[in-house]
Design a binder for this molecule. Structure first.
Ligand SMILES: *Cc1c(COP(=O)(O)O)cnc(C)c1O
Length: 228
């Protein structure tokens, strides 16, 4: 618990400092705790400290934790690669899906989102650096996907998610974030009402916030190293 308190405090401090440096208000940036490969008890500890948004990238693992923590009021974000045949449980058990990158997945999520639930919040994942092995739609396809998403009543398009090319060069990292923000602004100009630019992880949250991130996804610096 003590260790978690310190980690959370440090992460919140970094977010605050980055916002100050960028002339932004700290409440413009929300924190998503990326709990993949950490046990339910670690999520419980963090929830007791006021964190209730969790990101998972493996369906089975996430469903198990959701069951173990079903008494808590948590918001679950799916942030991993989506296999088309797994969209059903994702549509049923998450409030957000941040890794939507193709029309087939979007169509299936919309068809499978239960009518009894609120609309599913979606971010389109963009492969901003055009990496061949990486998930995410090419920037050129984002407009078409956004229009498709707007057509579904039980889908709420919230914005974009990005994982930039791995780089130790802050100038290059910053450029990837900047291009993602430009795309985000173009979507808004095109009439989409978006409020979420999900970018920034443990190692690069400051640069992401400087470039307009509204949601940082933090795993390692909140939970420590992953267990497997
Ligand atoms: C694992 C993961 C993160 C968190 O990464 P850390 O470096 O541990 O903070 C963020 N976003 C996605 C999509 C991830 O898969």
């Amino acid at each position: 618990m003590n260790e978690t308190i310190i980690r959370l405090k440090l992460v919140r401090q970094r977010i605050n400092n980055a916002c100050n440096d960028a002339g932004r208000e700290p409440n413009e940036v929300s924190l998503l705790a990326v709990s993949k490969r950490h046990p339910a008890k670690s999520l419980l500890t963090l929830n007791q400290l006021g964190v209730s948004n969790f990101g998972e990238n493996q369906l089975q693992e996430a469903l198990l934790k959701q069951q173990q923590l079903s008494k808590l009021d948590l918001e679950w974000h799916f942030i991993g690669t989506i296999q088309s045949n797994k969209t059903g449980p994702i549509a049923e058990h998450f409030q957000w899906v941040q890794s939507v990158d193709r029309s087939r997945v979007l169509n299936r999520l919309a068809a499978q989102r239960p009518a009894t639930l609120d609309p599913l919040n979606i971010c389109l994942q963009v492969n901003i650096d055009g990496e061949s092995q990486k998930a995410g739609a090419p920037a050129e396809q984002i407009f078409e996907l956004a229009s498709l998403a707007e057509g579904f009543e039980n889908i709420k398009l919230r914005g974009l998610m990005v994982i930039p090319e791995m780089s130790t060069d802050p100038v290059r990292q910053r450029d990837s974030f900047r291009r993602t923000r430009m795309l985000f602004l173009q979507l808004i100009e095109a009439g989409h009402q978006l409020d979420t630019l999900s970018m920034g992880m443990s190692s690069d949250l400051e640069i992401a916030i400087a470039e307009g991130s509204t949601m940082v996804r933090i795993g390692t610096d909140l939970f420590g190293p992953r267990e497997t």
